[in-house]
Every structure is written in C-alpha cells, then in structure tokens.
Ligand binder design. Structure first.
Ligand SMILES: Nc1ncnc2c1ncn2[C@@H]1O[C@H](COP(=O)(O)OP(=O)(O)OP(=O)(O)O)[C@@H](O)[C@H]1O
Length: 265
C-alpha cells in the first residue's frame, strides 16, 4: 500500500467547500509539492493529513492507518515556526522529541542520550550544527525555519508535511530552506508533502506536483509536465508572470527518478 492515501476527501466549513472529491496516493520517498492560489485548500488538506482537521467525507490513510489525530509517524512544519526565542537552537530542536517521548520527560529534561544525538543530527542536516547554542531570537527568519525543520526531524517520522514553509522569507532564504528540506527528505527517505505558492522555487526543488483550484485537483504530474498550460489550469486568471520560469511545451513526461537526479546537487 502507498505511504499516503487520500481517498474521496471532502472538507466543508459551513457553506464553504474547501476540498472536493480529492484523491491521490504518495509513495515512500516521494517529494511532492502542492500548488494553488490562496484559498484553494492547501492548508486545509495539510491539516487533514496531519490529523488536525477532520474530513467531512472520505479518508486519509498514512502507513495504512486512518489519520484521525496527530501521530508520531507524521511530522508537520508550520509557516510560523513557533520557536521559543530565549532557548537555543539545540533546545528548540530537542522539543521535537515531545511527540516521541511525551511532554513530562521533555519538561523535566529527561531526554535520553539518543534524543540528544537526534537533535544534533537534525541540526547538522539543516546546516546549523555550529549555531546549536545560539538563541533562536537572534537568528534570521531562514535560520529559524531551519530550526523548525530540525525540530520536526527529531520526531523521526516517516512522513514530513510542511505548510508554506518559506512564505515569509526573502528569495535567498527561501531557496536555502527548500534545499535543506529536500536534503533532509532524501537523506532520511521521507515521504514529503509541502505547500508552496512560488512556482519557480517549487519547480526547482520539487519532484512531483499536485495543483489545486477551488478545492479540486486540477494537476498531478512531474516537473517536465508542469508547463505554462498546467500553471494556467492551477492559477486560473491570476497573472503568473514572474512565478514561472520555463518554456511553454506540450509536457514530455519524465520519470520521477530522472526528475530527482536533475534537482539539487
Ligand atoms: N477555519 C475555517 N473556517 C471557515 N472557513 C475556512 C477555515 N479555514 C479555511 N477556510 C476556507 O476554506 C477555503 C480554503 O482555505 P485554505 O486556508 O485551506 O486555503 P489555502 O490554499 O491554504 O490558502 P492560503 O494560501 O491563503 O493559506 C477558503 O475559502 C477559506 O476561506
């Protein structure tokens, strides 16, 4: 069975239909980016996938189990990293263990050597080992988001979800964060599912893309299939100048393996 199965998902808030008849599957080690304009349903989908929102209809299975509440095998990175500013990058990363070891042992600092090793390894993955003792309030937005990623990695989940992780960052920091996310995902064989609205960044780091428009899936394909025509379908009448760098093509499908090789180095 696929790592993530979304099957006939519908989510409404009162009269608002946020997601409609949404189905797709994500395999082990896939790196998927979900694209769509503001209000297309990306956050709602991610919140359903991490067990924070209950579907109105349909189901989500992760590792074969229905996602009915947050679970240790599924880590979520939010846009607002919610770090504790007076704590070091290392201490913030360690709090990611709460989802594994429970709140009390974390409060009383009873983390095992193994938890501490995990926190240092996670900081190393996001390139912040040398800044481990730095208070996070003194760090840049991009570095703070990388600490947020490290905290999620300490959970040692098999699935990593991220809701607009680079939305508030300048283009350079956004690229850094995406590069580290991709590296973390590849190094740890994670199934990763990220929402973004910057198409050019998505295209550079993504492997497979799912496009939402008004809560419906309008695109599901690999990088070379993400042509201007596909972008038009996802973004509708919105002016996408500057969001997409590439040539209009008929979209030759390349395998995910090819796309993965072409990505970062
Ligand atoms: N808690 C809520 N109560 C009522 N309506 C909501 C709620 N959350 C989302 N919506 C509505 O559901 C639709 C999808 O919103 P959602 O936040 O999932 O989209 P999005 O693509 O993530 O947008 P953004 O990029 O702006 O976060 C929108 O019409 C939004 O107004």
């Amino acid at each position: 069975m696929s790592k993530i199965v979304v099957d006939g998902l519908r989510k409404t808030y009162g009269d608002t239909v946020a997601l409609e008849n949404l189905s797709f599957e994500v395999e082990e080690n896939e790196f998927v980016i979900i694209l769509g304009v503001s209000g297309s349903g990306k956050s709602t989908l991610l919140r359903c996938m991490c067990g924070l929102n209950e579907p109105t209809e349909g189901r989500i299975l992760i590792n074969g189990e229905p996602m009915t509440a947050p679970r240790p095998d599924v880590a979520m990175i939010f846009q607002q990293h919610n770090l504790i500013g007076d704590m070091s990058a290392y201490s913030n990363a360690l709090t990611g263990g709460i989802n594994r070891t429970g709140l009390l042992s974390n409060i009383f600092r009873l983390q095992s050597k193994e938890e501490k090793r995990r926190a240092l390894r996670a900081l190393d993955t996001v390139g912040l080992l040398d800044e481990a003792e730095q208070k996070t309030r003194r760090m840049s937005g991009g570095q703070q988001q990388r600490v947020g990623i490290a905290r999620a990695l300490v959970q040692e989940s098999e699935v990593l979800l991220a809701d607009e992780p680079v939305a508030s960052l300048d283009p350079g920091s956004a690229q850094d964060v995406m590069r580290y996310l991709r590296r973390a995902s590849d190094d740890r064989d994670l199934s990763t599912f990220i929402s973004l609205h910057q198409v050019n960044i998505a295209r550079k780091y993504g492997e497979r893309f799912i496009g939402l428009h008004n809560g419906k899936k309008v695109f599901d394909g690999y990088r070379d299939e993400l042509t201007l025509d596909a972008i038009d379908k996802i973004y509708g009448d919105i002016d996408t100048d500057g969001m997409f760098v590439g040539e209009r093509s008929t979209g030759d499908a390349h395998s995910s393996a090819t796309s993965r090789q072409e990505t970062t180095s």
